[in-house]
Design a binder for this molecule. Structure first.
Ligand code: C2E
Ligand code: CA
Ligand code: CA
Ligand code: CA
Length: 278
């Protein structure tokens, strides 16, 4: 009926209006949060699967909102990517990480691997090279091997990505494909790009003791990475059984709650010292 249709379109309008309002709010809130220093960084230890020592960390951004409390990065990063705020956020995050790096630099026996998440959108920006150089220059000299974790979701065109990856490698930055296996065109990257690591998504790791349908896919991926001499990082390792399986199948690094959740700097330093002493 006419009135039904009218009502429906009114409702749709109200919904769109409402979500627009929210988006602007989030955008404004992120900018306010940046000014107000509400963002901080936690670091999750990454363990060498052979030596069982912590050899690096992944930096993860946190937002402590004065009213909402902790807002998960999955939520605000997605907003920031849509609104083009991801560059601001990452720049801010790089400043914080570089400061923390000065406190972290003596805790590793060899240069620690310092992984940060880079949005594919950021790589398309003209400021990208400057942002990266500023970050590298702010780090303590020769203390870290920087790794950029990049998801294949929203990845720029193959040629653009190839060009940026080569530029990063010329600047001694290693590249990891993050959440490997969750996108669709995954295998293309293995063929075309010179990558350093594949990060195996938590979904695959979970499949190990759940015997789900995707479990055989993990074995295929691991065989392939071995042939290609690609290093691997398994994320979301939660059980001893998963760790054993991954170690026996040649996975290079392990990361997950079994070892440690992401930690703030003071606790992280104690954790790494204790863990590596054993
Ligand atoms: P990610 O890169 O896949 O990061 C791993 C996520 O898994 C982190 O969640 C980490 O806390 C969580 N995790 C680690 N070990 C375990 C485990 O054993 N079990 C379970 N259930 N979870 C585990 P977090 O910190 O909430 O980050 C979520 C996502 O937000 C990240 O996923 C990453 O895609 C994004 N993100 C975080 N910080 C940044 C950033 O600075 N820049 C960008 N572009 N993205 C970021
Ligand atoms: Ca990551
Ligand atoms: Ca990941
Ligand atoms: Ca993941």
């Amino acid at each position: 009926t006419l009135s039904g249709g009218l009502l429906l379109s009114l409702m749709v309008c109200a919904l769109i209006y409402h979500s627009l309002l929210n988006r602007h709010n989030v955008e404004r809130e992120i900018l306010r949060g940046l000014k107000n220093k509400e963002f901080f960084v936690e670091y999750q230890p990454v363990i060498d699967s052979k030596t069982l020592k912590v050899t690096g960390v992944e930096a993860l951004l946190r937002w402590q909102h004065p009213i909402e409390g902790r807002i998960p990065p999955d939520v605000f990063i997605a907003y920031a990517e849509n609104q083009g705020l991801i560059v601001e956020l990452t720049r801010h995050m790089m400043i914080l990480v570089a400061q923390d790096a000065h406190k972290m630099q003596h805790v590793f026996a060899e240069p620690g691997k310092l992984s940060i998440n880079i949005s594919p959108h950021h790589m398309e920006k003209v400021s990208f090279h400057d942002d990266v150089m500023n970050f590298i220059e702010a780090l303590p000299e020769n203390a870290f091997q920087v790794v950029f974790e990049i998801t294949e979701r929203g990845m720029i065109d193959t040629e653009g990505a190839l060009r940026e990856f080569n530029w990063l490698r010329r600047h001694k930055i290693e590249i990891a494909i993050d959440d490997f296996g969750t996108g669709h065109s995954a295998l293309i990257y293995l063929e075309k790009f010179t990558l350093d690591y594949l990060k195996i998504d938590r979904g695959f790791v979970m499949s190990i003791d759940q015997k789900t349908l995707i479990a055989p896919v993990l074995d295929t991926v691991l065989k392939l990475t071995e042939e290609l001499k690609l290093k691997t990082v398994a994320e979301g390792v939660e059980t001893q059984q998963q760790a054993e399986y991954l170690r026996n199948h040649g996975v290079t690094y392990l990361q997950g709650y079994l070892y440690s959740k992401p930690l703030g700097i003071p606790v992280l330093l104690d954790f790494i010292r204790d863990f590596n002493e054993k």
